[in-house]
Write a protein that binds this ligand. Structure first.
Ligand SMILES: [Zn+2]
Length: 193
């Protein structure tokens, strides 16, 4: 069992319509993790612990789009319906939203890249991050890498992540790499209420 302490925070990456089935970059099964993540959010919120939600938030000419030579179809254009969380993802007003990859010429898969996340975490004394969301092989992977490099303990929410899987084993490979870097896999039932 993992008991939550005042040095813990929850980070949920990119629960946005474009990454869910039917979205511009819909991830198969992405909607399956939404209720699980809401349960994690409840646990942290009921203990008054900080919650961070990231949003991929691009200008229409973002460098990651195919029209600009990037790998992806246009997605998560700032303020568009696809950039918003689904209705079912009702989160506490106190959750901190971290917008990433907001500049046209900069890609950012990590929630730490060009954002204030690191400063927020320092300011409130966070030492351990519970990380889940979309997608295992991009935002989650790169956020976990940066969190470990910055010295945070990491718990990886195994039941709260889903992979894009451009190659079928991208997800499992990303999980292995995060665990190799020191992320400890957890599941909801192992996080004390
Ligand atoms: Zn993006």
């Amino acid at each position: 069992m993992e008991s939550l302490t005042t040095h813990d925070a929850l980070l949920v990456a990119d629960i946005q319509n474009d990454f869910l089935p039917g979205g511009a970059l819909g991830i198969r099964g992405g909607d399956d993790i939404v209720p699980v993540l809401l349960n994690y959010i409840d646990r942290f919120h009921s203990k008054g612990l900080p919650i961070f939600l990231t949003r991929d938030w691009h200008p229409p000419n973002h460098c990651s789009f195919r029209s600009q030579g990037g790998p992806w179809p246009p997605h998560c254009i700032a303020g568009s319906p696809g950039s918003l969380p689904p209705r079912a993802f009702e989160t506490p007003l106190s959750a901190v939203i971290i917008y990433k990859a907001i500049d046209a010429d900069r890609e950012a898969y990590s929630a730490f890249q060009d954002t204030a996340l690191g400063r927020h975490l320092k300011a409130i004394g966070v030492q351990r991050l519970f990380i889940g969301g979309l997608a295992t092989d991009y935002c989650v992977l790169n956020t976990v890498k940066d969190a470990r490099a910055a010295g945070y303990e990491v718990r990886l929410l195994m039941d709260g992540i889903k992979a894009v899987n451009l190659q079928p084993d991208d997800g499992p490979k990303a999980e292995q790499e995060m665990i190799r870097l020191g992320a400890v896999p957890v599941r909801l039932e192992a996080v004390a209420t």
